[in-house]
Design a protein around this ligand. Sequence first.
Ligand SMILES: [Zn+2]
Length: 319
Amino acid sequence: MGSRVLTAGVDIGGTKLLAVAATEKGEIVAERRQPTAEGTEAVLADITAVVADLLAAQPDIAAVGVGLPGLVDLAGVVHYAPNLPGFVGVAAQARLAAACPVPVVVDNDANVAALAEVLHGAGRGHREVLMVTLGTGIGGGLIINGAVNRGGFGFAAEIGHFTVDRDGPVCSCGERGHWEALASGTALGRRAREWAARGDAPHVLARAGGVVAAVTGQGAGESARAGEADGLAILAEHAGDVALGLGGLVNILDPEIVVIGGGLVHLGEALLAPIRAALPAHVEATRLRPMPPVVAAALGEQAGAVGAAALARTLLPPP
Ligand SMILES: [Zn+2]
């Protein structure tokens, strides 16, 4: 018997499932990843199976945390999850607790990512942190006075879903012109295809074999990282839309630091530098106040899973 108590964290994204077993310090001792299944039952079955798999390898796992991309209430019921079709009114925490041999807690994926970054990552040492996850959608986590702020019903920090362009594209939630619809990873792919279709992105199009439909946001990002003018221009335009929403949130929340996570962070400075450049234009009295640093999530795409594992520690008896 070691004194080391592990917890497991499972992060469900729109496209992939990432599960870890982690120590109290957030060190990952085991990891599993697979594509996200389609449909509620398949997703819940996959979570149960991956927890069983981790438990078989690491019997010291004492609790499980799960981060899901949607509106998760304080009892772990998923009310709505636009990037997980079918996940409406699902008592995920109760169902997983019944299926797993250790206690289970479920929260919003960006909330747990924010928790991970504050405890173990780029937000360490700060009490006012805005976490923004740019992936299939846009998620958010608010650390206010050192704690995750979940709002009155558990649904706080749905920062992807406020209108920045009333004539903009339709969002995954059905509204038009939400920030997510303009600035998510999905939106970057659409933007790159628009540029390619009108003949403005020759390098990006060549990287996709000359087929507009094959152009992806990732391809545009790789083009930018290679210094190609069209890739850089697409990312600069996209960063402008990221900064448009971010500036409003900075005005409202006054964070000490902004931590950017989610699938787009692998683009690194190719994305962050133009966001920093565009942000001041959207922040009140820019030259008369400090600007919060905008940094990449230190835990990268693992933040959600590590944070879910950290959340699971709240289920353990006090030492
Ligand atoms: Zn929306």
